[in-house]
Design a binder for this molecule. Sequence first.
Ligand SMILES: Cc1ncc(COP(=O)(O)O)c(C=O)c1O
Length: 392
Amino acid sequence: MTLLPTLPFRVHLNAAKGRAGAPVLDEAGFRAARGAITCWPGYAATPLVDLPGLARTLGIGALRWKDEGGRFGLGSFKALGGAYAVARHLIRTLAARGITATDADLAAGRHAALTGDITVTCATDGNHGRSVAWGAQRFHCRAVIYIHETVSDGRAAAIARFGAEVRRVPGTYDDAVRRAAEDAAANGWTVVSDTSYPGYTDIPRDVMQGYRVMADEAFAQWTGPAPTHLFVQGGVGGVAAAVAAQAALHFGADGPRLVVVEPDRFDCLYRSAVAGTPTPSPPGPDTLMAGLACGEVSILAFDELLYRADAFMAVPDEAVAPAMRALARGQDGDPGVVAGESAVAGLIGLALALGDPTAAPLALDASSRVLLFGTEGATDPELYARLVGAPA
Ligand SMILES: Cc1ncc(COP(=O)(O)O)c(C=O)c1O
């Protein structure tokens, strides 16, 4: 039985691995992030779900799904990044005024008189903005969050629920990124972005260090022989870079192969890997995978990925709903898994690569043990129900 219909995809094998790019996420930064985040109230590791039925369907040895749907009640792994970077920014700002504060001090509102005058801002397709808004509320500062024209009302409302001001602007995600930067410069706000660009790298590095907690948990939860392959979806590349850095720390140089999977309509990481330098994806139709609808790479993340990733894939939107339904149903005795549109790209990449000669160098076979990152649950419940045919 096959999981998905035969669909066109592209795969680029990264000959630059270990030779170009550079590691950009240090171990000390990760340890600081893990130390802080695991002490936040409500912290719990998300589950690593074994899916032996899906592994049988695909003809591989093992498949496990790191299910981020329950992360801090926000629905995605993004809760780890933006909120952590907000806390770091407030702590640094207070330190510059001679005040030493911890995450717990901020959460308790001990410095609210000062932090209440600080505004953080970002552009988002939904999940990152939710994290920044939640972090601003939790650590007592203001947030203004920019969304582009196709972000659903449901996602906008989920951000506003955390007390942020939500501003909708014309154009794409990348237009919203530019608008947030302009308004921040004009108003003295701080951009807490999940993407880095020349001259702006410290905060996105904090964001990625926060994401590493997800990978750290998954590797600690993995039992038995180590995974042979990691498939991670890519937007600007932040989460894939975080997984790559954590895999290198945990498994060393001979760790699992890492494959980055993007929508074929927003394949900036793929194009950049082919060119060996940051290269945008051309304007075109939108993708269902809203969290991956990024036309420009994060320069830090790309550097890490060019150095560490084994391959980049670009996969079609037509596979999204079938993959979500297959997970929701549960294959061959598996539990059902709630996976949002952006969470399934890795599974799509795996399913399309298996048995396709162009992906043969990935060495996927009946003995492969694959870890997938279910980076979101039903973060847009209406869209989820429409695509899957049943509510989450
Ligand atoms: C659910 C989900 N998965 C994956 C990603 C991709 O993350 P990155 O942009 O860091 O590559 C996003 C980004 O918003 C997301 O929301």
